[in-house]
Design a protein around this ligand. Sequence first.
Ligand code: PGA
Length: 316
Amino acid sequence: MYKYRLYLLVMNITLRQLQIVDAIVHTGSYSLAAEHLHMTQPAISMQMKQLEHITGLKLFERHGKRIVLTSAGEDIHKFSCQIIARYNDMQETILSIKDSQSGRIKVSAATTANHLITQMIADFSKIHSGISVALDITNREQLLQQLIAFEPDIVIMGEPPPRLELVSEQLIPNPLVVIAHAEHELVDEPDVQFATIAEHEFVVREVGSGTRAAIERFFIEQDAVFKSTLEMGSNEAIKNAVIAGLGLGIVSLHSIKLELEANKLHILNVEGFPIIRHWHIVRSKGKYLLPAAREFMDFIIHEARIYAKDYNRFQK
Ligand code: PGA
C-alpha cells in the first residue's frame, strides 16, 4: 500500500488520462475515443496502460466488441466525471473573468467622493449590467493602506502621495468651501475676510481624512491657527453639526448638493476659497487589471473629461 502511495505521488494521474477514460466509457471503444479526442489509437492505449500502471488497477475489460469499465474502473470514472466537470467550470470562470463585459470590480473611494462615485457607478451599471462593482467608502489614510496591500482594483481619492508606487490620473476639481447654517451672521456678507473665519470654530473630519489635511495645510500657509470644536468621521455628521449651529465647516462642494438645494446650508464667500483640490483615479503600480476593471477605469476617465469641460466653462 505504502509503495503505491509513493508511486502515485511520483507519477501523477493527468487530466488527459481522466478525459480518455470518460471518452472510452461514452464511445465503448479505443478507436472512437481516439477520434473524439483527436488523438491516435496507440496514444490512447499507451495512456490507459500508464494509468493502469500508476493505479495498479485494471480499469477496462472487453465485452465482445465493446470496452467496458471494471468495478474499479467505475470508481475511478466517478471521480473523473467530477474532476472534468470542475475543470470545465474553471475554464468557464477564466473566460468570464477575461470577458470585459462580466466579472466583479473592487473599487474604493474617499468618503468625500461618495456622491460623485456612486453616481458614476450607477451610470456605468446602466451600460455594463454584467459587471458588478463592490464599493468601499473610507478615508484617505485607509485608502493608502489598501493600495499598499494591492486590495482594490481602483481607488478614487485626492492627490496620491508620490512616495508610494502608484499609477494615477487626475480627474476633476474638488473645491472645498466654507459652509454655515442658514441663519449664520456671515451668510449675507458678500466678501468675508479669511481673518474673520479664522476667528471661528470649525466642525472637522477625523485625522486621516484628506480634506482635513488640506484644510490644516491651508491654515498653516495663511499663518493662522485652525480651531475645531468637534471632530467627526463623516461628511454627513459634519453637515448635521453645522446645520445644528455647532460651528462652521469646510467641505467638498460635491458633498453638499442636497443641503444647498434645500437651503439648509450656505456657502460663505471667503477670501482664498474655494481651496481647489483634485480627484484622482489611482491603482497600485504592478497590479494586474482584468478587462472589466479596465473598462470601468476608461469609463470614469471619459466621464470626468466631460465633467471637467463643463466645469471649466462654468468657471469662465
Ligand atoms: P477624505 O478625502 O477627506 O474623505 O479622506 C479625500 C482625499 O483623499 O483627499
